[in-house]
Every structure is written in C-alpha cells, then in structure tokens.
Design a protein around this ligand. Structure first.
Ligand SMILES: *[C@@H]1O[C@H](CO)[C@@H](O)[C@H](O)[C@H]1NC(C)=O
Ligand SMILES: *[C@@H]1O[C@H](CO)[C@@H](O)[C@H](O)[C@H]1NC(C)=O
Ligand SMILES: *[C@@H]1O[C@H](CO)[C@@H](O)[C@H](O)[C@H]1NC(C)=O
Ligand SMILES: *[C@@H]1O[C@H](CO)[C@@H](O)[C@H](O)[C@H]1NC(C)=O
Ligand SMILES: *[C@@H]1O[C@H](CO)[C@@H](O)[C@H](O)[C@H]1NC(C)=O
Length: 351
C-alpha cells in the first residue's frame, strides 16, 4: 500500500492532496472489488507530464512472435499513457512484465535472465483450469500479481460477464428444432462430463457435434447450430471454483440456448449469473430426473421462456481479444496491491 501512495503522490506537490489520496487509497483497499475508473484519479491526467506505463508481454499468448503497435491501447480502447509491447529491449523500462503460463509450461528457461529492475512487477496470466496447468516450482516467489479466471486474482479475468444493457432489449428466442446439443472437441470416455452425457443420452435426444462426434463445426457455424436447440450442455472439462468458461457464456448464452451446466456448485454460478438463467446437473438425483425435467420444460413455453428473463435487462460481454485483456492492466494498475509476492503460486492457484 505504501508504494501505491508514493506512485499516486509522485505527481503532486502539495501534502494536502497527498493526504486526500492516502485516505482515498485506504478506502479503495477496503472495497477491493470496487472498480474505479481512471477518471476518478486526477493523478495520471492532470499531472504536467506523466511517464506512460510500460507493459511488456514476455510471450504473446499463443502467438509468441506477435508484436502489437505501441499505442494500440489508446487506438482501440481509449486507454492512454499505456505502452503495450512485446519488445524485450523494453525490459529495463517495463513497469509490468506479463507471463502467460502456457509458454512457461513449454519451457521454464523462458523466464528473463536479466536482473529485475527495482519495483518492476511480474504478472502471471492464465485462463486454463488447475487440472490443465502443470505445477512449476521454479515459478514460486517470482510473481507479484495474477490475472486468471479465479475471482480472487489481482486482476479478475472472467470468460464473460453480464452487463446492464443501456437500451431496451429486442432479443427474441431463436426458433428451436431440437431438444439439446453438446459440442465437444476433447472427448475422454472416462471424464465426468462424458459419463454424465452417456447417462443422459439414454434418456433424451442429444445431438453431438465437434471433432469427437465426427461432426466438426467451423467456428462461424457454432452459434447458429447451437441456437436451434432448446438446451446446451455446458459441461466444463474440469470442476473448479469460478471456472465457468465460454461453454456457458458464448456457446449457450450468446447462441440463445439454455445452459445445462456441469461445473462448480450452483451457488458459485449464482455469483455471476442469475439463478433462473441456467439448469444445474447437481440439482437432479439422476440423469432420468434431469431428462424428465428438460423435456417437460421444453413442452411448456411459458416456463421455458423464463430462463431468458435476464435478457430484458442485461447483455453478455465476452472479452476474447488478448490485446483488450492486456490493455486493461493499465486501467487496473493504480488499484493493484503494491507489495505482494506469490511465494507459492500453485498452492494459491490449485486451492
Ligand atoms: C525494440 O526497442 C528498441 C529500444 O527501444 C528499439 O531500438 C527497437 O527498434 C525495437 N524493436 C522493434 C522490433 O520494435
Ligand atoms: C436488435 O437491434 C440491433 C440494433 O439496435 C440490431 O443490430 C439487431 O439486429 C437487432 N436484433 C434483433 C434480434 O432484432
Ligand atoms: C450414470 O448412471 C449410472 C447408473 O444409473 C450411475 O451409477 C452413475 O453414477 C451415473 N454416472 C454419472 C456420472 O452420473
Ligand atoms: C406451464 O407452466 C406454467 C407455470 O409453471 C403453469 O402455470 C402452466 O399450467 C403450464 N402449462 C401447461 C400446459 O402445463
Ligand atoms: C515483486 O516480486 C519480487 C520477486 O519475488 C520481489 O523481489 C519484489 O519485492 C516484489 N515487489 C513488490 C513491490 O512487492
């Protein structure tokens, strides 16, 4: 926290303003989930000349040789004073260095070999679940911040969010021609989701798509195909708190199909989406009971339509661009904890 005040105070001469910032900063520590946009912070805007924040992406996620334009955050997202780069010559100037786990998992020696400039923060980024994340002990004690789908990350990066809509909704439920569907690319017969699917498919029709089913769907056909079904099996590949992926957000919600979820407990889903927007596998004692419920629901359009109540007031927002996610580091920077070390990254992540 001390460093936060120094950072904010640095551009101001008078102690009075510094004191005000101290109080505001303290308040923000208390409401850690509260998002306060940069407009509330005169510091970065009204100062004479503010050095831009430098965010160095050590490996661009999934495209290690991609190079963004330095002013991309301003150009695309109106975030100013923010240099996003993957040019490693900027290492000594970088305020934040970003590490995407996947590339470290491939080669741990991929970490910088130079000494770390004082006060530079290292940020660990991943959207994968712990089940699909190798524990790498060399990473303990390296990172100051995390950015993952886990809600207790320093920067929370959910797969999607519901945002209040600013205009009246013109949504209408897409025309349905089938009861339910499941799109799966990585199918393992022994996985929980495959077992639940196998049991359920004995009780009700489920059209399966994806490589595993021998019916590959090109990405532009994904949503139009799913939208023709009343229910979408939004089954996560592994069960972890907060791990609610594009299967619910995009495949079901954006397609206009009701998600039947297999994932963390219902209460965890309800932290992010309305209780009446989804059906949870755990709410039913058997596959037979779930199938009976779904078939009954489909026959009663009054009840079925209630699962879309949230559409009157909310819209789905998904961030799919790594540039957008990484530019957001600049927005969040002023409210991140200034003194933090992940001494045991994996204990935190896998807990
Ligand atoms: C990387 O940064 C260095 C130092 O600022 C600069 O000289 C060089 O041209 C940059 N390289 C690229 C590919 O932009
Ligand atoms: C809803 O309205 C928006 C613009 O206001 C339009 O682009 C969109 O196609 C409409 N959607 C439907 C389902 O009518
Ligand atoms: C599948 O059904 C069998 C037989 O009813 C049951 O024993 C098993 O627990 C079910 N498995 C899952 C994952 O629901
Ligand atoms: C459909 O569900 C509503 C609300 O639960 C109920 O009042 C109505 O009787 C049902 N209609 C039929 C045809 O079962
Ligand atoms: C960031 O992490 C490094 C490595 O653990 C540590 O040396 C440094 O003190 C941390 N920085 C802050 C400001 O906590």
């Amino acid at each position: 926290m001390a460093a936060l005040h120094v950072y904010l105070g640095a551009t101001f001469k008078t102690g009075r303003i510094l004191a005000l910032l101290l109080v505001t900063g303290y308040f923000m520590q208390l409401v850690t989930n509260c998002y306060i946009s940069l407009e509330f912070w005169p510091a970065r805007n009204s100062a004479k000349v503010q050095e831009p924040l430098v965010v160095l992406v050590w490996h661009w996620p999934f495209h290690a040789d991609f190079t963004p334009r330095e002013d991309v955050c301003l150009e695309l997202y109106a975030i100013d004073n923010c240099i996003l780069t993957s040019n490693r010559s900027m290492y000594d100037r970088a305020d934040v260095v970003v590490f995407h786990h996947r590339e470290l998992q491939i080669k741990t020696s991929n970490l910088p070999q130079q000494t770390r400039p004082p006060n530079q923060k290292w940020l660990w980024v991943s959207l994968e679940s712990p089940t699909n994340t190798k524990r790498i002990h060399q990473l303990n004690g390296c990172f100051n911040w995390t950015m993952t789908y886990k809600a207790d990350s320093d920067i929370f990066l959910p797969y999607g969010t519901l945002m209040p809509s600013d205009r009246p909704s013109n949504f209408s439920i897409p025309k349905k021609s089938g009861l339910s569907t499941w799109v799966v690319s990585n199918y393992r017969k022994t996985s929980l989701r495959a077992k639940v699917h196998a049991n359920l498919s004995k009780q009700m029709p489920i059209d399966m798509y994806g490589r595993a089913a021998g019916k590959f769907l090109p990405s532009e056909m994904l949503l139009p195909t799913i939208s023709r079904y009343a229910f979408y099996l939004a089954f996560e590949n592994s069960i972890h708190k907060d791990y609610i992926t594009e299967k619910t957000w995009r495949n079901a919600f954006m397609a206009g199909s009701v998600p039947v979820v297999l994932g963390p407990p219902r209460a965890n889903y309800e932290e992010f989406i309305p209780a009446d927007s989804f059906i949870h596998v755990n709410d039913f004692a058997s596959a037979g009971k779930l199938a009976t419920f779904l078939m009954g629901l489909w026959k009663n359009s009054t009840r079925y339509e209630q699962y879309f109540n949230w559409r009157r007031t909310h819209v789905v927002k998904m961030s799919t661009s790594w540039t957008e996610r990484l530019c957001n580091i600049c927005t969040k920077f002023p409210i991140l904890p200034q003194s933090k070390i992940y001494h045991n990254l994996h204990d935190w992540f896998h807990q």
